[in-house]
Design a protein around this ligand. Structure first.
Ligand code: SAM
Length: 288
């Protein structure tokens, strides 16, 4: 099968199958061989690796993955793409396509079946409308994984990478940085896709930590604190936590914890580092 990273080949496949793009599924197919090569290079896939691809589309990146990996599992929601994938991936015997919603499939089970429970790599040009739930789902369900190399909206890639002091800093930055080391490896303009998205894109590599960089007694509690702190960005941390409803904290408890941490009583949540949120969580939450 011809390389679908070449625009003329993608157009030929789309015409052959009278394919209609579904906006609701965030379908923007890659048509740039240099970007595809860069993603493969940065994902550092070898013939030892089992790769999960989310949203293979017509199989453009899947072909590259099949060439470089031992095994590829690709989960695609749009059933109109399944016969196309059968055609474009017919040369490979190491690819399994699953027609399902990535937010509903049991990824842990796939890892068990396809890789005997050993850590996999995730590579994807993600549908942008569900970027955050996909990433958080992968981390929170503790799927054994080595790294995630993904194309996302540029602004979302920035959010994952920044620390306190940036307007992009928020709950996503902290969640990603608790589980993985993020690094933006390429910026990708709209003309590398068909159809062109309205936003700039970036490839980001998230390298999973074996052990989180901070020590927390209760992860869930820390993330509840983080969410409460960023729900009301312009408020002080004390007010954010008091207004959250589900934390059941008194003003005195919070002020006492801030004092122990040598933080101002009027500090805002957006000023705290991950290490400080971990410390705050250990002071206010469940004790071990
Ligand atoms: N990988 C292809 C490429 O790079 O050309 C397509 C990328 S396109 C941005 C996103 C793909 O994800 C589409 O094929 C879309 O149908 C699929 N998709 C959207 N929502 C999905 C979901 N919930 N589960 C699985 N696939 C999904």
């Amino acid at each position: 099968m011809a390389n679908l990273g070449i625009p003329a080949n993608t157009i030929a496949v789309l015409q052959k199958y009278h394919f209609n793009f579904q906006k609701k599924y965030g379908q923007n197919f890659l048509i740039d061989t240099r970007v595809l090569e860069k993603i493969i290079e940065e994902s550092r896939i070898t013939k030892e690796d089992c790769v999960l691809e989310i949203g293979p589309g017509i199989g453009t990146m899947t072909q590259y993955l099949a060439e470089h990996a031992k095994e590829v599992v690709a989960v695609e929601i749009d059933k109109a793409l399944i016969p196309i994938l059968e055609d474009t991936l017919s040369a490979y015997d190491n690819v399994t396509v699953i027609n399902d919603d990535i937010l509903k499939v049991d990824i842990n089970q796939i890892v068990q079946e396809k890789n005997h429970g050993k850590a996999i790599k995730v590579v994807a040009n993600l549908p942008y409308y569900i970027t955050t739930p996909i990433i958080m789902g992968l981390f929170e369900s503790h799927v054994p994984l080595k790294s995630i190399t993904i194309m996302v909206q540029k602004e979302v890639a920035d959010r994952m990478q920044v620390g306190p002091g940036s307007k992009d800093y928020g709950a996503l930055s902290l969640a990603v940085q608790y589980y993985a080391k993020p690094r933006i490896v390429a910026n990708v303009p709209p003309n590398c896709f068909m159809p062109r998205p309205n936003v700039g894109s970036a490839v980001i590599r998230l390298e999973r930590y074996e052990k989180p960089p901070v020590s927390v007694n209760d992860e869930k509690y820390m993330f509840a604190l983080i969410r409460a702190s960023f729900n009301q960005r312009r408020k002080t941390l004390v007010n954010g936590l008091l207004n959250a409803g589900n934390l059941n904290l008194t003003k005195e408890q919070i002020l006492d914890a801030l004092e122990q941490m040598e933080l101002s009583p009027t500090v805002r949540g957006e000023a705290l580092t991950l290490a400080q949120f971990a410390a705050l969580s250990n002071l206010l939450g469940r004790k071990e």
